[in-house]
Design a protein around this ligand. Structure first.
Ligand code: PEP
Ligand code: MG
Length: 852
């Protein structure tokens, strides 16, 4: 329709129909404006891969359609000829964000049906028409799908569907392809704007204004005469990432038929159930292999190709990144880099750091006997063993005792998060792969099985029963195999994590890229061995108190605590000295010259004393003292809030002999290892400091011990003395503390506790409520509070470095393994972060991502 402007020129009434572009090699198509599919198809076109003719509608065009702007469907259809037969496919920026389903066979109508009966046969023609009527009725007209269900395509089923449509809509099924396309575009555009779709994609990280593009594509039918069918093919194993051709092909099919019908599928590779595509159409198979190679080299990615064979001609409808496990992601990225297709840095960037934790966990040895009592969904990989607990509170209590446990729940809820943190593994009766338990466990790298429907829980009676009549109680030992989705009786034989060449190569490249050091927190030789296996650059925190809880030492420790005189105490410490020395020798040997930072004794003394009357009686017997003496002493050492009491350097000041013994053990171990040829420069760290004078006093004593050992042995050695910044005052006074410190290491666990005035041990009582109500964005013990605790860190860094520019700075609280906290520490100029050994690979990769 024309109208006249004031000057009399003719203009079209709707000049701004939503725009579209034919997907051609030089068309202006970008992922950010037209979505991944449109961009990917353009790349395939450029590679001269036979993609059916396609037209792309941009995000803004689709937005305009959703807002009700008229569509010029005839113009969109014009490239497809006089009797178009097309599909419409969604194309958002990221394939993971979902979107409306593809609609096939648009353009089918009575006339096209009649023509196809002639060219393709009645069965093919009817199948195509019926499918389109079903799709249009349910997705566009929003009619009940059940009313259109048909057992199999037949002329009667088609007539019935057309009649039902007419009865429900009070008009005949639309025959005009332009009207059909208008309906399909409108319904898909509006579906994207729906609340559920929006929430789903936002949960996957899509921004609030994420757009949808649409691709209108010429149909390759896949149904008809000659070799016809459809399928998918990929060239790597999605679980291992090893080269291997797999896929599915189903003759006389289209769309996702081949995937939806695994029983009927003819495998691409040889399969006893039927002929392979390779056998029935070797040239097509060879072409697909060639296209896969082309994608790999030119799209620089392992792609899964969706294809249709129509009367013997191959059409590639789509190519998507092969969905892959974390292990495969590493293998694929490394193989692409080793083949010179991508750079080492790009390979590093292609692997999500947190995904590495999946590769690191122990697995049940597949060769060992397994006594399975439950089977469910393999929700988070790796295997863990522990005692059954039925509540998060019990899990936390177990963790506090240092005993591994498996949290068994009907299902988990947000308030179970602390219990899950405390557990070694999780087993739930209900839930699927995206249930709370599954999602959280994967995030934590915790082996997890969900939906184990052959168990029944009775949490009140603390009883687990299985359908085959077995029952388990709280405290029974089980193994959760999160890789296979099974729960096993007892402690199954385990395999250490498989850290293959690809894993090592990737982390080696990450190390070349990163610019912040990564050490491990390791207290025992086993921890140190793990730290070395993961290529930690040293030990950033060795908590020595853990060494005194070992059997045989606890009694000597108790003797030391109960000593009445300095002489008795010295005697007990003399017995502890060789044990400590041996501990350090082993750590130094394992770490082979890498730095080892040893923290002097930290916990409150009463942790070493018995708490029950029975325990006290036994101790009285062992010490040959009256029970009343022991009770009195235990009472005297008890504190209302031991975490803020006689800990760390406070003990070092009041009972200096303990630190002196530890310093001597460290120095003697240094000499012993030095004699074997390994030069060690031990780092000694003073915990819980709040005042400069504390450091001065401890330093004077330790220097004196060093001098004494040097004189006694007649050999020299170096060591570095530093301070653990765990109190707000230490951060504020970092300038003067740095005068006596070669390094400062921020203990953000205690620093968080003291900055917030929150008890590390009791915060769980209200933390869930706080996080749920948005009082705290996250639990600050898990995610570093950059605003508050972070400001103290910044002050400490700035004040410390001002006084001592070469001051070594690090963080050794739990936060150190968290990629966001590593980003903070890197930007604050830290030299290294020190996290638990199993988080070292994630930290190495995360640090590389930050530097690239
Ligand atoms: C800390 O407080 O951050 C720390 C590492 O020490 P611990 O957890 O042993 O108190
Ligand atoms: Mg601490």
């Amino acid at each position: 329709m024309l109208r006249r402007t004031a000057k009399g020129a003719a203009v079209q009434k709707h000049t701004n129909f939503p725009a579209f572009s034919e997907i051609a090699p030089t068309a202006p198509i970008a992922r950010e404006s037209h979505g991944w599919r449109a961009k990917c198809l353009q790349r395939l076109v450029r590679l001269e891969i036979p993609v059916p003719r396609s037209v792309a509608l941009s995000f803004s065009a689709v937005r305009a359609i959703a807002a009700g702007q008229p569509v010029d469907a005839r113009a969109i259809l014009s490239p497809f000829g006089p009797a178009p037969l097309i599909s419409v496919r969604p194309s958002s920026e990221d394939p993971d964000w979902g979107g409306p389903g593809t609609i096939l066979n648009i353009g089918m109508n009575d006339a096209r049906h009649a023509a196809l009966v002639e060219s393709h046969g009645a069965e093919a023609a009817t199948t195509l028409y019926l499918r389109f009527v079903q799709a249009y009725a349910t997705h566009v007209a929003r009619l009940d799908p059940d009313a259109f269900a048909a057992d199999k395509p037949s002329a009667e089923a088609l007539q019935a569907a057309l009649a039902t449509y007419e009865a429900e809509m009070e008009e005949p099924f639309p025959q005009d392809p332009a009207e059909q396309l208008t309906g399909v575009l409108g319904s898909m555009a509006r579906a994207w704007e729906g609340t559920t779709a929006r929430l789903l994609r936002q949960a996957k990280g899509a921004p609030a204004d994420a757009g949808l593009g649409l691709v209108v594509q010429q149909m390759a039918l896949g149904i008809g005469r000659g070799q016809c069918g459809s399928g998918v093919i990929q060239f790597v194993d999605p679980v291992t990432g090893q080269p291997q051709v797999t896929g599915r092909y189903l003759g006389q099919s289209q769309g996702r038929d081949a995937l939806a019908d695994p029983e009927a599928a003819i495998y691409l590779t040889r399969d006893p159930r039927g002929l392979s595509l390779e056998e029935v159409a070797p040239e097509i198979f060879a072409d697909l292999i060639r296209f896969g190679e082309a994608c790999r080299h030119r799209l620089r990615e392992e792609m899964q190709i969706e294809f249709t064979v129509d009367s013997g001609a191959l059409h590639v409808l789509d190519a998507v990144k092969v969905a892959r496990s974390s292990r495969a992601a590493v293998r694929i990225a490394v193989a692409l880099a080793q083949d010179g297709i991508i750079s080492h840095d790009e390979a590093v960037l292609r692997v999500e750091p947190r995904a590495l934790s999946e590769l690191l966990h122990p697995q049940v040895d597949p060769r060992a006997p397994r006594d399975r009592f439950a089977r469910g969904i393999a929700a988070s990989p790796g295997a863990a063993q522990g005692r059954i607990v039925f509540s998060s509170t019990a899990a936390q209590a177990c963790a506090a005792r240092g005993e591994p446990c498996i949290l068994v729940r009907r299902e988990t809820a947000p308030e179970d998060i602390r219990g899950m943190h405390a557990a070694a593994g999780v087993l739930t009766e209900r839930g699927g792969i995206t249930s709370h338990a599954a999602v959280i466990a994967r995030g934590l790298g915790l082996p997890c099985v969900v939906g184990a429907s052959d168990i029944t829980l009775n949490a009140r009676d603390k009883l687990l029963k299985t359908t085959d009549g077995r029952s388990f109680r709280e405290g029974d030992l089980i193994t959760v195999d999160g890789t296979r989705g099974e729960a096993l009786v007892g402690a199954a034989e385990m395999l250490e994590p498989a850290l293959d060449d690809a894993f090592r190569a990737l982390l080696h490249w990450a190390d070349a890229a990163r610019d912040i050091g990564i050490r491990a927190n390791a207290d025992t030789p086993a921890d140190a061995t793990t730290a070395r296996m993961f290529a930690a650059e040293g030990i950033g925190l060795c908590r020595t108190e853990h060494m005194f809880f070992e059997e045989g030492r606890l009694t000597v420790m108790r003797e030391m605590i109960f000593a009445d005189s300095a002489k008795d105490r010295a005697a007990a410490l003399d017995r502890l000295l060789p044990m400590q020395r041996e501990d350090f020798v082993r750590l130094f040997e394992i770490m082979a010259g890498l730095p080892v930072c040893i923290r002097l004794f930290d916990p409150p003394l009463h942790e070493f004393l018995p708490h029950s009357r029975e325990g006290m009686r036994e101790l009285a017997e062992a010490l040959d003292k009256p029970l009343s003496d022991v009770t009195r002493r235990v009472e005297a050492l008890s504190e209302f809030n031991p975490m803020l009491g006689m800990r760390g350097v406070r003990l070092g000041i009041t009972v200096p002999e303990i630190y002196e013994m530890q310093a001597r053990a460290i120095f003697e171990a240094t000499i012993e290892v030095g004699r074997k040829g390994e030069t060690v420069v031990p780092e000694i760290m003073i915990p819980l400091v709040s005042a400069k004078r504390e450091v001065e006093m401890v330093k004077t004593r330790i220097d004196a011990v060093a001098a004494a050992v040097r004189t006694e042995v007649g050999l020299g050695f170096d060591y570095r003395l530093g301070v653990m910044v765990e109190t707000p005052r230490a951060a504020l006074r970092a300038g003067e503390i740095a005068q006596h410190s070669a390094f400062l290491s921020f203990g953000t666990n205690d620093l968080t506790q003291m900055t917030y005035g929150l008890s590390r041990d009791d915060a769980g009582r209200f933390m869930n409520a706080y996080v749920q109500q948005g009082v705290f964005p996250e639990d600050p013990f898990h995610v570093l509070d950059v605003e508050g605790v972070g400001e103290l860190l910044m002050m400490g860094v700035e004040r410390g470095r001002k006084v001592r520019p070469n001051l070594t700075l690090s963080i050794c609280g739990e936060h150190a393994g968290n990629p966001e906290s590593i980003a903070f520490c890197r930007s604050a100029g830290f030299d290294y972060v020190s996290c638990s050994p199993f988080r070292v690979p994630v930290a190495r990769l995360a640090a590389a991502h930050l530097a690239l």
